[in-house]
Design a protein around this ligand. Structure first.
Ligand code: NAD
Length: 297
């Protein structure tokens, strides 16, 4: 029997588990606050940001939204981030990526105060993660660790293969796998677009995390019997639906499910966890900035 890993259920647990912490902070006069900054008219980015705002409202986090014209000078974005850095009611800042070409992405990532960098993308926070002394774990790999916890997936001593080496998923996931820490201690291989024989690696893996952004390219014949398969991909493919597309993962679900011991579906697997862990990081940020002690789920 294959375990279908229910990200919606685990995300609901995380969100409910944050309730007491949010209440404690709010009663102390420090309702956690997350600022989202959007400088794009890309519909997907707009959707992501509005989902994040809605998530905040649902759990009692104050959400502040700043929208900038994608053609505005880059300084407007840099100045916005500075203002948010200085605002005591804002504990987390999220600049929705990608930003327009005339904006220096690295400068934006560097300009968010590390204590408010709830995405975990500031170089200081990346360095701390690599050093095993993390402040914020990036939301997607952090959420995947929560799924491992909920479904008793053993990472210690496991062969883990991460497909993809992006700064937001692949690299931090691999870094968490190699930490001498819970949900780490895995023997870790990172595959990417230049990997010569991907299947030779994935077939040896106890855990495969697919984060390449290529629809359905990890198939059942590339997996070891009983492997845990985590599908991070969210890809729009043309389909005969009302919207004219559907969302599919990087894993070909039907064939993979026949072989896997556990698998995350798309949607309803990793996606809801990424959203939940943004709330988690925001509550952690609020607690650390205000000195109000809370217990995190
Ligand atoms: P990215 O485009 O930044 O990186 C993709 C990586 O995959 C690259 O490192 C590349 O080397 C590798 N790659 C590309 N083609 C490959 C191939 N054929 N074989 C092996 N490796 C290959 O992507 P990203 O931002 O990490 O996102 C990856 C996917 O995950 C996308 O579909 C994205 O939408 C999705 N995503 C989902 C969540 C979530 O919460 N579920 C969060 C972030 C990203």
């Amino acid at each position: 029997m294959t375990d279908i890993i229910d990200g919606n259920a685990v995300a609901t647990d995380v969100r409910e588990g944050l309730g007491d912490a949010i209440e404690t902070l709010s009663e102390a006069g420090h309702t956690p606050g997350l600022a989202t900054v959007l400088m794009s008219d890309d519909p997907a980015s707009e959707t992501y940001v509005s989902m994040k705002q809605r998530d905040c409202e649902e759990v009692g986090i104050e959400s502040h939204h700043v929208e900038l014209d994608p053609d505005a000078p880059a300084d407007e974005l840099y100045d916005t981030v500075e203002d948010l850095n200085a605002d005591d009611a804002i504990h987390g800042i999220l600049v929705q990526m990608p930003v327009p070409d005339h904006v220096d992405t690295r400068r934006v990532l560097r300009s968010v105060r590390p204590e408010k960098d709830v995405d975990g993308f500031h170089p200081e926070n990346v360095g701390r993660l690599v050093a095993g002394n993390e402040r914020f774990k990036p939301c997607t790999p952090h959420g995947i660790q929560k799924l491992f916890d909920a479904y008793d997936v053993e990472t210690e001593g496991a062969e883990a293969v991460v497909v993809g080496r992006s700064d937001i998923v692949g690299k931090p996931m691999a870094n968490l796998f190699i930490q001498k820490a819970p949900f780490g201690n895995a023997t870790t291989t990172v595959c990417h677009s230049r990997t010569k024989d991907l299947a030779a690696h994935t077939r040896e893996a106890d855990i495969v995390v697919a984060a390449a952004g290529v629809p359905g390219f990890v198939t059942g014949d590339m997996l070891e019997e009983g492997a845990t398969v985590v599908d991070v991909g969210i890809n729009r493919v043309d389909a005969d639906t009302e919207k004219g597309y559907e969302l599919v993962g990087d894993v070909e679900y039907e064939s993979a499910e026949e072989v896997a011991g556990a698998i995350t579906p798309v949607p309803g697997g990793v996606g809801p966890m990424t959203r939940a862990m943004l709330l988690w990081n925001t509550v952690k940020a609020a607690s650390e900035q205000t000195g109000v002690d809370v217990t995190l789920p």
